[in-house]
Design a protein around this ligand. Structure first.
Ligand SMILES: CC(C)(COP(=O)(O)OP(=O)(O)OC[C@H]1O[C@@H](n2cnc3c(N)ncnc32)[C@H](O)[C@@H]1OP(=O)(O)O)[C@@H](O)C(=O)NCCC(=O)NCCS
Length: 191
């Protein structure tokens, strides 16, 4: 599956992405709030691509359409029993703060809710990484609470901040008018 946005192509990984992916995954700032530490050798990045990313339709390489560089990735974690999907994402530090992950997540949420029988998307970030929560908020996700010292990550207890988005709330967020009955709309206008 390939998803196209204004500036990006979300597409499967290939071996040719190894050097770009290594430059991202070897950056300690990028991995600071991830469960794993920075890659030291290019082989680690190559192995991730070969064993976990290639042929995995749930992992998207984020390619910048200007120069076809891999600038990050987003992976989906399906829980079909509960009709839920989780995700994780990371972006090259050089591209932070320009709306790229918001653009990515919006396209991915649209893809999830329009292509699968999924009722809810859930994700979390660790306290100290509020930019990640802001991306989720900008895509319509809703704060659902913080679990104090819920995990041990890199030998430290971390507070986990949870966000979620039901299909109904997603449709209200993306198509606020289409999904409302005329009397609801009138009520909101008069209020
Ligand atoms: C988190 C991450 C994916 C964000 O990607 P991005 O493309 O920079 O995000 P966007 O530009 O779309 O949006 C970031 C938002 O967070 C805000 N933000 C950034 N740092 C912030 C901070 N310290 N406090 C509050 N808001 C912050 C930005 O201002 C922006 O919001 P705005 O548009 O309202 O101004 C990126 O920083 C990253 O890859 N980090 C390393 C890996 C990581 O932490 N992944 C997430 C694990 S849960």
């Amino acid at each position: 599956m390939i998803l196209k946005t204004d500036r990006l192509l979300l597409r499967p990984f290939s071996i040719e992405d190894s050097a770009d992916f290594f430059s991202i995954s070897s950056d300690p700032m990028v991995t600071e709030f991830l469960t794993w530490g920075p890659h030291i050798h290019m082989e680690e990045s190559l192995e991730s691509i070969q064993t976990r990313f290639i042929n995995n339709t749930n992992v998207f390489c984020i390619e910048h359409r200007d120069d076809n560089k891999c600038i990050g990735c987003i992976d989906l974690r399906f829980d079909n029993t509960n009709k839920k999907v989780g995700f994780g994402y990371m972006l090259s530090q050089s591209y932070w703060g320009s709306g790229y992950m918001t653009e990515t997540l919006k396209a991915v949420l649209d893809y999830i809710f329009s292509s699968f029988d999924i009722n809810k998307v859930e994700a979390s970030y660790y306290v100290g990484n509020p930019g990640s929560g802001r991306v989720m908020e900008k895509c319509g996700m809703v704060y659902e609470g913080t679990q104090k010292e819920s995990l041990i990550i890199k030998n430290k207890f971390v507070d986990v901040v949870n966000y979620g988005l039901t299909k109904k709330d997603f449709l209200d967020f993306t198509q606020p008018l289409i999904n409302k009955k005329p009397e609801q709309l009138l009520d909101e206008i008069l209020r």
